[in-house]
Ligand binder design. Structure first.
Ligand code: AMP
Ligand code: TRP
Length: 332
């Protein structure tokens, strides 16, 4: 049986991009695989996090995973800082990864912006910690959105170099798993930016906790264009906002974009947007309600994370111990 690992940052509201690019696929995978899902609070603090907000968001993301349909008994759900092996393996990987490899990471460039000298060192070595997350469980597949592909390639490079340096086959090569019709959901306001927790405009994203009125308002306000919907998805290539809305519709309705184009060929955006609103409310509405219910049950959420951390330690301590043996650390 293949092992699946993925992570999500507790840095703000979960949104439709997280749901379609990651969470929904995680829910589908639990039927046939052993799955481990980590709320990556160590990654979160690579940029400033208010301590109270971080704790709140960690519980809220846990609620989001469960409300989306992940069964915490079947899967392992835990927060990264509770399992110290993540930070320990990351250190070893800091000594394996090369500066040149990290210099190529586009997410660092985006997040550090103009002020590179001011970025935390943690932000720079973020991908090494991510490689540790994945390889600590010898995971075979990593379901993520498109934006994380480069980081998984780096995890493969680290696994390969570790295996070569130490003449071992300890680590399998993890594969990215990029699934669905909306692997990169774009901002509702600008089709050239991805939908993101860090976008200052609330109207740029649909949050998983948004109720029907907010969903409807945001879709109404979403940027589109004045043309009619085409019958062929090729004609959407030069219309990024229109393409994004069609991709969201496709993913939410489990269809492909071609089928959506055929369904709405020649229709105006107003018609399409009402259909999209109805669909988004029917899929996302119940998840938001369940999330709110779970967030109010802190005791339950904490018990899920505690149980997950205990189960993940059983696997990760064993792998870390294998790594330490290979590297030549004495276990005194
Ligand atoms: P993050 O919120 O950055 O921790 O991302 C958690 C997961 O959601 C990762 O698998 C990301 O690839 C995915 N994700 C985040 N934003 C988007 C987006 N706009 N479209 C598709 N997937 C996304
Ligand atoms: N970097 C990922 C993101 O921002 C989160 C993450 C951390 C992750 N560790 C991981 C994803 C391990 C997959 C596997 O979305």
């Amino acid at each position: 049986m293949s092992r699946i690992f993925s992570g999500i940052q507790p840095t703000g509201d979960l949104h439709l991009g997280n749901y379609l690019g990651a969470l929904r696929n995680w829910v589908a995978l639990q039927k046939e695989h052993e799955c481990i899902y980590c709320i990556v609070d160590l990654h979160a603090i690579t940029v400033w996090q208010d301590p109270k907000g971080l704790a709140l968001n960690t519980r809220e993301v846990t609620a989001g995973l469960i409300a989306s349909g992940l069964d915490p008994k079947k899967n392992i759900i835990f927060n990264q800082s509770a399992v110290s092996a993540h930070a320990e393996l990351a250190w070893v990987f800091n000594c394996i990864a090369r500066l040149g490899w990290l210099n190529r990471m586009t997410q660092f460039k985006e997040k550090a912006g103009e002020q590179k000298e001011n970025a935390s060192v943690g932000l720079y070595i973020y991908p090494n910690l991510m490689a540790a997350d994945i390889l600590l469980y010898k995971a075979n597949y990593v379901p993520v959105g498109e934006d994380q592909k480069q980081h998984i390639e780096l995890a493969r490079d680290i696994a390969q170099k570790f295996n070569n340096n130490y003449k071992t086959e300890l680590f399998p090569m993890p594969e990215p798993m990029i699934l669905g019709e909306a692997t990169r959901v774009m901002s509702l306001k600008d089709g050239s930016n991805k939908m993101s927790k860090s976008d200052p405009s609330e109207n740029s994203r649909i949050n998983m906790t948004d109720g029907p009125d907010e969903i409807s308002r945001k879709i109404k306000k979403a940027t589109s264009d004045s043309e009619l919907l085409p019958g062929d998805p090729k004609d959407l290539l030069s219309r990024p906002e229109a393409r994004n809305l069609c991709a969201i519709y496709a993913a939410l309705s489990n269809k492909n974009i071609s089928a959506v184009c055929i369904e709405f060929e020649g229709k105006q955006f107003s018609v399409f947007k009402s259909a999209l609103t109805e669909l988004a409310v029917s899929v996302m509405g119940p998840i938001g309600v369940e999330m709110a219910r779970l967030v109010s049950d802190q005791g339950y959420l904490d018990s899920v994370l505690k149980d997950g951390a205990e189960r993940s330690r059983v696997i990760s301590n064993k792998v870390l111990s294998e790594v330490y043996d290979v590297v030549g650390f004495l276990k005194t």
